[in-house]
Ligand binder design. Structure first.
Ligand code: CA
Ligand code: CA
Ligand code: CA
Ligand code: CA
Length: 374
């Protein structure tokens, strides 16, 4: 009898939890979601998100409803242990596609988008032991979108050339120091050719690989940053026309600001103390003054900091926003169509995605408040 009552109580608790989830504003995203990518997958003009579940074999695609919620939640099978997801047009049909880096499987999974929010078929690209992150970019002039992959095993960046039809083949690789982790692309030296920046957790560096425009890169040039560079963001912090970099240094409890000289060199220019164990970092203008700001999620202190830029390379941390979630990654976009930047937060503690709607003054409405949330 007692066992029956316990079972009934467990069932009721599960039911209540399910109700809470269904009525709440967090959207399930698989076990231990780990990263986020943004793109308008169904072409309705509202940005959608994709989130890999690193403790499973799937990526979850959430289609936005245009009011700060989601109208569809569909997961797609990928290789074991996906830790990264990237969006790009990989087969040249102008529809957005997805690629995940699957650390467990040592592979990538490419999903071609149908432009209506659906994805398939999938192609798995193996032989990439310890693949932790991937970016898509036109690394060859006037050619298809190629991929760059960070491999922890081998401590290198591998360039995969696009063969068409969603197929890729490894072409080159570059050693980048112990524990390479995050990878991003931008044009740092203003030659209109994409460059790569990779963060390495061993030597605590960012390495810059300047693109040559033919799929090759110049040898990586490392710059020392704070301990455990976990995420980065690009923007012109001092408005001199040259792209700059911000990096969440998880081991320093700080966001570090590096200014670019327009020739590919980065110079450390400041460090802004934030909460404990900062990870996810994104750039956007959250205050509407046309100057780029930053937002960083601190995993251990379970809060967010908006850092408002002064346009001269300086930032001021606003009071923390307590989330009570372990936010491992985040992305900024206008998810509710009011022209104010919002945030999609990836919660590793709740296996979910939450949307915080921006008020345009550096503040955010708590999840589940105001019109438009579900
Ligand atoms: Ca959309
Ligand atoms: Ca460049
Ligand atoms: Ca600059
Ligand atoms: Ca908005």
């Amino acid at each position: 009898m007692r066992r029956l009552m316990l079972a009934a109580a467990a069932l009721a608790a599960a039911w209540l939890a399910w109700i809470g989830l269904a009525r709440g504003t967090d959207e399930p995203a698989g076990l231990f979601p780990h990263a986020i990518a943004v793109g308008d997958f169904d072409g309705d003009g509202v940005p959608d998100v994709a989130v890999p579940a690193s403790a499973e074999r799937k990526v979850t695609v959430l289609l936005s409803d245009g009011r700060g919620g989601f109208k569809a939640n569909q997961s797609y099978p990928v290789g074991q242990g996906p830790t990264w997801v990237e969006v790009g047009d990989l087969d040249g049909d102008s529809r957005l596609d997805l690629v995940t880096a699957n650390t467990g499987a040592g592979s990538l999974t490419v999903y071609l988008g149908d432009g209506k929010g659906g994805f398939g078929p999938a192609t798995e690209i193996g032989g990439l032991a310890g693949a932790v992150s991937v970016v898509a970019g036109g690394f060859r002039r006037n050619s298809r979108t190629d991929l760059a992959v960070t491999q922890v095993i081998g401590e290198r960046i591998v360039i995969l050339e696009n063969l068409g039809g969603g197929r890729f083949a490894p072409a080159r690789n570059y050693g980048v120091g112990r524990g390479p982790h995050i990878l991003a692309r931008t044009d740092l030296n203003g030659d209109r050719l994409l460059d790569l920046v990779v963060g390495s957790l061993g030597p605590h560096t960012l390495s810059v690989l300047l693109g040559k425009g033919d799929g090759a890169f110049r040898e990586p040039v490392p710059v020392q940053v704070g301990r455990f560079p976990h995420y980065m963001a690009f923007g012109d912090w001092n408005r001199d026309g040259h792209p700059d970099v911000a990096v969440a240094a998880a081991g320093e409890d700080a966001v570090e600001i590096l200014l670019g000289d327009g020739r590919g060199q980065l110079q450390k220019a400041g460090s802004i103390p934030v909460g404990s164990n900062p990870h996810g970092l994104a750039m956007a203008d959250f205050t509407g003054d046309g100057i780029p700001d930053l937002v960083v999620a601190c995993r251990s202190s379970r809060d967010l900091f908006v850092l408002t830029g002064n346009g001269r390379g300086g930032f001021r941390a606003r009071p923390p926003i307590v989330t009570n979630h372990d936010i491992i990654a985040l992305a900024a976009a206008d998810f509710d169509g009011d022209r104010q930047m919002d945030l999609a937060l990836v919660s590793a503690s709740h296996n979910a995605v939450l949307v915080l709607r921006g008020r345009g003054n550096g503040e955010f409405a708590p999840p589940g408040t105001g019109q438009g949330t579900r």
